[in-house]
Design a protein around this ligand. Structure first.
Ligand SMILES: Cc1cc2nc3c(=O)[nH]c(=O)nc-3n(C[C@H](O)[C@H](O)[C@H](O)COP(=O)(O)OP(=O)(O)OC[C@H]3O[C@@H](n4cnc5c(N)ncnc54)[C@H](O)[C@@H]3O)c2cc1C
Length: 389
């Protein structure tokens, strides 16, 4: 990695999603002069559309993703009390149990094969059979053979969390503004600030791009650097299930269903193509409802709202984090498909790097240059590694 520049006194974070929110908050806690710029409302990108699952097995049961996910879960548990306290915003967080459901023998064998290692790794996950699952949640299908019940998960409202982060950062002195960034200010290869659409310039020792799915085109336009970060359009629905929330959340065949504290139940996601054209469709709604009805045939519910959002797709679902090679004064902070889970870990890793020069052991794998190499080496870099949500 290129050498770290001097510790920045001022940082401009572009993009007010969950990643930008955590970066701004953690840097503000370190006493840095932080600006957080969001062109719409805080949380108006993928973060607000998200299911809000902090679910560490969501992108694979082993390896890098699980390790980073566990670290992030620990940070959520450590930071949420102070975020809520300082912001006085309730992100509507609550503990949930996730059942990785098996509806046939093949699925059951695949899921059971993971159990031993997960238990050895200290994860709160165990296989339960269909009968035990239906004792937990009687509306589950009689066809369900069983599933891996994972207990160490949190769910919350994405928009509320990002607002809490923005408010808590402000309480720590951050400047939070609704402005769109149109470009970067450059002095040779050094980024010295951002230029907003109204023409005003904001100088900073460091710019952090946390623009989610919009990072790729922006970095390409502003610096002529091509990063393998694509927008991935996802559809979801919220169901009204009366006063009977699901007793356990369920993941099966590319969907997850989880009841929220406000009484709505999230069902997501129908994965559409790569691109910025994210909108709910009749086909998406039907697909989601059919999947839900397979797992919960007796569920009495009506659709309250349908949404679509632009999540991020990166090669093999690795986040892209750290300084941009060939330039100074700029870092990228883009998660992968499970960015809601990963945001605090990415923010903490970046903060330690900027403030203390510490390189986290997992950082090497996430450097922008690694993403470019990974994309080159794979025939379908955005393929199977991405779980639908
Ligand atoms: C339906 C759905 C369900 C999901 N469920 C989960 C889940 O349960 N768990 C999980 O871990 N992940 C989930 N995800 C993925 C997760 O939501 C994203 O990975 C994460 O929210 C990305 O956060 P972000 O801050 O990088 O991007 P975003 O939240 O998209 O934020 C980027 C922000 O940058 C702003 N911006 C862009 N360009 C500019 C500019 N030029 N100037 C100023 N601002 C700009 C945008 O307006 C946007 O608000 C889901 C995604 C979707 C769509």
């Amino acid at each position: 990695m290129q050498g770290r520049a001097a510790k920045p006194k001022s940082v401009c974070v572009v993009g007010g999603g969950v990643v930008g929110g955590f970066v701004a908050y953690l840097l503000a806690r370190e006493g840095v002069e932080v600006s957080l710029l969001e062109r719409n409302r805080l949380g108006s990108g993928a973060s607000g559309a998200s299911a809000g699952n902090v679910q560490t097995l969501s992108n694979g049961f082993q390896g890098f993703h699980k390790e980073l996910g566990q670290e992030s879960l620990g940070l959520y548990r450590r930071l949420l009390p102070s975020i809520k306290d300082e912001s006085r915003v309730d992100p509507m967080d609550h503990e949930v149990r996730y059942l990785y459901a098996a509806m046939d023998e093949e699925q059951a064998t695949a899921i059971q094969a993971e159990e031993l290692q997960l238990v050895e790794d200290g994860m709160k996950a165990q296989w339960i059979d269909g009968q035990r699952a239906r004792e937990l949640e009687p509306r589950l299908s009689p066809r369900l053979l069983g599933g891996l019940l994972h207990s160490d998960c949190i769910q919350m409202d994405g928009t509320r969390l990002v607002n809490a982060l923005g408010r808590a950062a402000q309480e720590r002195g951050a400047y939070v503004a609704g402005s769109e960034v149109a470009g970067l200010e450059l002095d040779g290869d050094r980024v010295t600030g951002v230029r907003r659409v109204d023409g005003t310039v904001l100088r900073a020792d460091m710019v952090v791009t946390a623009m989610g799915a919009w990072t790729g085109p922006a970095i390409s336009d502003w610096l002529g650097v091509s990063l393998p970060i694509l927008p991935q359009s996802l559809q979801k629905i919220h169901l009204l299930t009366g006063d009977q929330p699901l007793e356990c959340a369920v993941r099966w065949d590319g969907i997850n269903m989880v009841s929220r504290r406000d009484g709505l139940t999230h069902i997501g996601s129908k994965r559409d193509g790569f691109g910025f054209d994210a909108h709910p469709t009749e086909e998406g709604r039907r697909w989601l409802l059919e999947h839900a009805a397979t797992v919960f045939p007796g569920l009495e519910a009506r659709v309250a709202e349908a949404w679509a959002g632009c999540a991020v797709a990166t090669p093999e679902a690795f986040p892209v984090l750290g300084p941009l090679e060939g330039h100074q004064g700029i870092c990228v902070a883009t998660p992968s498909s499970n960015g809601f889970l990963l945001a605090p870990a990415l923010a903490e890793i970046l903060t330690s790097f900027l403030m203390k020069g510490e390189e986290h052991p997992l950082m090497e794998e996430m450097l922008p240059g690694r993403a470019v190499m990974r994309a080159r080496g794979l025939t379908d870099p955005y393929g199977s590694a991405h779980e639908t949500r």
